[in-house]
Design a protein around this ligand. Sequence first.
Ligand code: ADP
Ligand code: MN
Ligand code: MN
Ligand code: MN
Length: 336
Amino acid sequence: MSLIKAEYIWIDGTVPDPRLRSKTKIMPKGEELPLWSFDGGSTNQVDGPIAECVLIPVFHCPDPLRGGDHLLVLCEVENTDGTPNRTNTRRALAELEEKHRHLEAWYGLEQEYTFMLRGRPYGFPDDGYPPPQGPYYCGIGAEYMKGREIAEGHLDACLAAGLKISGINSEVMPGQWEFQIGPAGPTEVGDHLWLARYLLIRIAEDHGVEVSFDPKPARGDWNGAGCHTNFSTREMREPGGYAKILEAIERFGDPERIEKHLDAYGRGRGLEERLTGMHGTCAYTEFRFGISDRGSSIRIPMQTERDKAGYFEDRRPCANIDPYEVAYVILETVAG
Ligand code: ADP
Ligand code: MN
Ligand code: MN
Ligand code: MN
């Protein structure tokens, strides 16, 4: 009987931003992935004496770091009484997804992030600042680019794992990069994003570099980090879908929905610092949509306007979002 390593991965209860945790289970190859448990008192997931939490495998894929038949196993967290743990936002989304499956909702997430070394963005000197923004976005060359080997290694790892990664690019601030996940369904896009985040942090760890999802990792004239969320339903993608897109955006503009969206997009966790109206953003106090307009809250891509069908991009979500919460609030708004 051959044995494999299954890396059980879950999202913890660290505030304000949860962290990923993982531990390794040795098990016979080909066997069903069993439930497992952990000490929720050490991960901020349980208060009080009964600290055990249960790991429920919900998605697995090949582990590109260990290779062979080894697995990455993403888990939901339950309490011992079988209820979802307070940190488990996936369960509610899975229920909403079931209810609106006929919409065939697709999401594309643009995860921006910043490599950090000794508490400063990778590429910032220990004292002072690097040359100002300009050459870094989609740039090349040893003078300006930092962390490419990690971003490339991450892309290869995601592909080997079978995650729906759709591209990478370097970003406007030095040490800052982006990868895209999607298009994929509501829970699927979140599952793939969390595992892609896991692989990124692990690969960066091997290079002695940290990864920050802080929406505003450097004060001053430096871009923040977002997680632009692209969205469509089947109707929007089909001929005549443009009217459906405008209808959805109108719902997004409802003042009550704006508040709900901002809560899911990172309010109180860096959103206000990032969405200032500068650095390619629309101020969070405003709501505007526009065609090809990167200074709007919601952008309709040029191609969508030309085809009169396609998708739209909500530019407000921050890099540190919980993709399950974001997928939830968008689906709820669009379904009406
Ligand atoms: P940007 O031009 O804003 O930088 P990117 O190319 O980085 O855009 O990301 C666009 C994302 O939108 C990708 O993840 C892509 O998979 C996703 N996407 C493409 N088509 C659709 C669609 N019809 N519905 C939802 N997402 C989509
Ligand atoms: Mn992008
Ligand atoms: Mn970007
Ligand atoms: Mn974008």
